[in-house]
Ligand binder design. Structure first.
Ligand code: PLP
Length: 378
């Protein structure tokens, strides 16, 4: 299928690489020096990375010295959680997180459980500062809470929870997975007050293979990757200069688009209305507080089949997070949705430039699928 004709509503899975990012990457690839080299090529590359770090820091709302480039959001989450709990080893081995985190956090917590840590998983519906505080204990080392849920678009009250946790014990480290929140909510994510914040490039028009971890000044996190001592000794490995350049260029372009959140929310609202009109049996699981994500369901239908049928017509949506690969969503299950709703759950995610024509194409394809397939009421 010619991909220029695809109707894409899966921007939470990944985004097209912005032309500004491509241009910046091509320029960085041509300037091939290793930033650690002491001659002109190296100095040029180091200078470029310095500028890119300043750009990303500005978008995060922090100082450049608090930004450490990573390979992806998953690396940032792993680094923050694994080294965060280690940093607080003397306090104890208790972690608080939510049942709706991305696998990058949940699987890391499960691995730590196998190493003797105890993890409290807060249930969705009422994750708030009170619930977080009730879970804290004298041996709590770390709290990890996402900013925007990747399947429902729910925005979690991270700033209030940080305040409550620090009020209970300022030494408890607070990590925030802001992969779906970075530049998608109107607060610079490092200003939420968390000690550690992970973000990823490919959700905002940068290439895959680059992300960043914000480490608040004064937090003495040890590296996950050891070696040549790049990134102030905190993340070894020769800097991915081209990916980093693409990341910074995408950040700049997104920040310059001042109406992006309003436009995204407007097309999401329009699309949901069109879908309800075209497919009356469609139910909304979550409108999504964040502008770019919502979740719907065709109760009783099999979402993998619906996704495949839509895909065959060039319409791209997902049956939950792209990382599930057909397994039922732990997020929707944790929300206690009835089985027919779980089975038929679809995630729709938007860009500020998603169009009404695309919304119409999605509505027509979904109507066709709802009429052509049979629900398996169980
Ligand atoms: N956290 C959340 C909330 C995500 O949505 C994702 C990716 O979908 C990740 C972490 C992982 O990010 P990456 O794909 O950059 O490893």
């Amino acid at each position: 299928m010619d991909d220029r004709r695809l109707t894409y509503f899966d921007y939470a899975a990944t985004t097209p690489v912005r032309p500004e990012a491509v241009d910046a990457m091509v320029a960085a690839l041509a300037q091939f020096g290793n930033p650690s080299s002491r001659y002109e090529y190296g100095r040029q590359a180091a200078q470029r990375v310095k500028g890119d770090r300043e750009t990303v820091a500005q978008a995060l709302g922090c100082a450049p010295g608090e930004v450490f480039f990573t390979s992806c959001g998953t690396e940032g989450d792993n680094w923050a959680i694994r080294r965060g709990v280690e940093l607080n080893r003397r306090k104890g081995k208790h972690i608080v997180t939510t049942a709706v985190e991305h696998a990058a956090v949940l699987e890391t917590c499960r691995d730590l459980e196998r190493q003797g840590y105890e993890v409290t998983y807060l249930k969705p519906g009422r994750v708030d500062a009170g619930q977080v505080c009730a879970a804290l204990r004298p041996d709590t080392a770390l709290v990890s809470m996402m900013l925007v849920n990747n399947e429902t678009g729910a925005v979690l009250p991270v700033a209030e929870c940080v305040k409550a946790v620090k009020g209970y014990d300022p030494d408890i480290l607070f990590h925030c997975d802001a992969v779906q929140g970075f530049l998608k909510v109107d607060v610079p994510v490092a200003r939420l007050g968390a000690d550690l914040v992970a973000v990823s490039g490919h959700k905002i028009g940068a290439p895959k293979g680059v992300g960043a971890l914000y480490v608040k000044k004064g937090v003495r996190l040890r590296p996950l990757l050891t070696g040549g001592g790049q990134e102030e000794g905190l993340r070894s490995g020769t800097e991915a200069t081209a990916q980093i350049a693409g990341f910074a260029a995408a950040v700049k372009a997104v920040m310059a688009d001042k109406t992006r959140l309003e436009r995204t929310a407007a097309i999401k609202g329009y699309t949901l209305a069109k879908l309800k009109e075209a497919v009356p049996k469609l139910e909304v699981i979550s409108q999504g507080d964040a502008a770019h994500i919502c979740a719907v369901t065709l109760p009783g239908y099999k979402s993998e089949v619906v996704v495949r049928v839509l895909g065959d017509q060039g319409v791209c949506v997902s049956s939950g997070s792209a990382c599930h690969k057909g397994k039922p969503s732990h997020v929707f299950a944790a929300m206690g949705l009835p089985k027919p709703w779980l089975d038929g759950a679809l995630r729709l995610s938007f860009s500020p430039d998603s169009t009404r024509e695309e919304a119409a194409a999605l509505a027509a394809a979904l109507k066709g699928a709802a009429e052509g397939l049979f629900p398996t009421m169980s």
